[in-house]
Design a binder for this molecule. Sequence first.
Ligand code: GLU
Length: 443
Amino acid sequence: MRSPIPDFLDETLDRFRPDRSGENADYIPDLAAADPEKLAICISTLDGVEYTSGDADHEFSIQSMSKPFIYGLALEQEGLAGVLEKVGVEPSGEKFNELSLDKKSGRPLNPMINAGAMTIHSLLGDPGAGLAERTEIVRAGLSRFAGRELSIDEEVANGEWREAYRNVAIANMLRSYDIFYDDPDEVVRGYIEQCAITVTVKDLAIMAATLAGGGHNPLTGEQVLSPRVNRQVLAVMMTCGMYDAAGDWMTEIGIPAKSGVSGGVFGVMPGQVGIATFSPRLDRHGTSVRGAKIFQDLSDRLSLHIMDAPEPARSIIRRDRRFVDADGKMVRICSLQGLIQWSGSENVLRAMDEPGSSTNTFVLDLRRVNEINSIARSMLTEALSRMKDDTIRVVLLDPDDMMQCKGPNSALPDVQILDSLKSVKGLKRIRDDRRREMADRAN
Ligand code: GLU
């Protein structure tokens, strides 16, 4: 079968191609001169499959889309507390190049506006690291997210540098408030080199998929960011990434995203995909017009809004049945399925705690469970050990060791672990669980 996904993307681009509204960024000569007709999209899965359409190999400068990744690198280097001391995490509701600091703390409001991004840039490397060293840290760091060696377009950087009055003003403000002690011109130049790194939508989609996969690059397999830092980057990107349009973007589109004045936008659906688009004409917020429309369309048609509530955990318990064994003892077999997170384990705990559910043996059947997260595993472990304290015999039907109880470090040392029910002989069903009865009655 030929996958319908590339056709879907072709059709999507075709629908938005005729839209010529907006203007190229005009304050960086190379961006002003960029071909405004270029249009591209790439979606990367978390195992590194890339679906593309349009000018997917066209290179453009990363601009502000570098900010979340550099924030991640600084967090890895300095630790969360160290970075928070310098740059806050509050949305500014202002333009990206506003000359502003938090009135109370005196810090830049967040790492997505230029004041915050330049401060983050100044943290890279050893204190006082020079321009060349920081530029290389940035280039090499972004390359780890992209899974290939990226380079800097010096023409773009030189063009921006010639007219960088605003960013120089911001850097001087930061220096005068002792936010950093470096030469302001060097910090601006380094930040401009950072913005001039060139990428394609394919690179950006892999970079986005790395964030979507908890910091794990799907191409190289490298864990570029720790899960905790990755979460911090995404949370800040979600609330601050779209500047003064952050509220509109999150309510309407709902895909945490970052745009750049070159016309790129990338979006991250945690646990699902990374998405990147390119089209140079910008709206008044500095975001690609066609890019924003395509993101809106994908959010609507592929149900990608992050606040769309997932299916509730009610279907975690697949069956809950009672038997008598050959010795006349009561055996209860509770079969679970799917992905078990905290709320799902609460469901199971409630079932285990049911009044009148007296039993001699409790079998927790996990053969159809795909995954149990660590908090759900510890909730279930605690509940099963309480059952044992109540002198109930506990059996785990857990061939894939979902509960991590096989081996010497088992959290439930004297629990019997079976691969199948074959060894539990002579079971005679005594009655269906209440859930089933109620379901039958309802039918
Ligand atoms: N280099 C650009 C600037 O600092 C990046 C802005 C953006 O992409 O939003 O003005």
